[in-house]
Write a protein that binds this ligand. Structure first.
Ligand code: SAM
Length: 283
């Protein structure tokens, strides 16, 4: 393990602060600083940006972000046991790291960072997807972030970058690729983590597009897509019939074939459907 700062190796940090991993908090730590440096580099040049990190834990990725030159890192951690270890990193990078103790789900993160902003995180599996969906679905676009560099279980990463017609294609692919470019930048075996999870992981890099690929309201699109894929084996007209009594006419108006299944419909088709469904549920 190479030293990227004058701080102790992460195994020692964990031993000193007694950070035995807690499953309920999704704690699978990255202890190899070469690996965390690679992840930080996926996010590109950080020298002019503030970085939000969710779940710094013992600080392996945090240290890499700072060593790679991030202008400032704001790290939100739920587990109070990690705070003393993170305070040691703050001391080595004065003024460049702010640690917030709390739940990332409740944080008004945008207010804590100056633009331009990037988000980089080895996300806790239990809140990762929900956070991603929130970051992808603000009412207006462009969002407050330039890019997201996020570790997920590989199966979730594959759903984010999936193409129409594939099994993995669904809500995550549509919400991600509607407004961003998304690619898998790295895959990692279970042994890269301590403790090792049961599954492989992958780092997904998403870059916000200046404007969404197709016009649609984020809330309506989310609802339509969630409903269509809620029963993905059904034809669109049956999967969506609860949303509007005249769903068949609306599907045709959107240029879709009512007997198609959701996984055959490209993002453009779902956006067209969201536009003709904009009045539904507003009354
Ligand atoms: N970044 C560290 C690393 O790569 O080794 C730790 C990653 S670990 C997969 C996820 C981290 O998120 C843990 O430190 C856990 O305590 C923290 N966490 C879990 N739920 C959280 C939440 N709702 N808000 C903020 N942090 C959370």
């Amino acid at each position: 393990m190479s030293s990227i700062d004058n701080l102790p190796p992460l195994r020692q940090v964990i031993a000193t602060h007694e950070l035995s991993a807690r499953k309920a908090l999704g704690q699978n730590f990255l202890l190899d600083l070469n690996l965390t440096a690679k992840i930080a580099r996926v996010a590109g040049d950080l020298s002019q940006v503030d970085v939000l990190e969710v779940g710094p834990g013992p600080g392996g990725l945090t240290r890499a972000l700072l060593a790679e030159g991030a202008r400032r890192v704001v790290a939100v951690e739920k587990d109070p046991r990690c705070l003393p270890a993170l305070a040691e990193i703050e001391a080595v990078y004065p003024g460049r790291l702010r640690v917030l103790h709390g739940d990332a789900m409740d944080l008004d993160w945008e207010a804590e960072l100056s633009a331009p902003r990037k988000i980089v995180a080895n996300l806790p599996y239990n809140v990762g997807t929900e956070l991603l969906v929130r970051w992808l679905t603000p009412a207006s676009w462009p969002p407050p972030w330039e890019s997201l560099t996020l570790m997920f279980q590989r199966e979730v990463a594959e759903r984010i970058v999936a193409k129409p017609g594939s099994k993995a294609y669904g809500r995550l692919a549509i919400l991600a690729q509607w407004r961003a470019d998304a690619r898998i930048a790295m895959t990692l075996p279970p042994e890269a983590f301590t403790p090792a999870p049961k599954v492989h992981s992958a780092v997904v890099h998403l870059t916000a597009l200046p404007v969404p690929r197709f016009e649609a309201d984020a809330k309506v699109l989310s609802r339509v897509v969630a409903t269509a894929f809620g029963q993905r084996r059904k034809m669109l007209r049956s999967a969506l019939k609860g949303m509007a009594p005249d769903i068949e006419d609306r599907l045709v108006a959107a240029g879709l074939t009512p007997t198609d299944r959701a996984e055959q419909v490209p993002i453009e088709g779902f956006c067209a459907l969201a536009r003709v469904m904009a009045d539904v549920g507003k009354a």
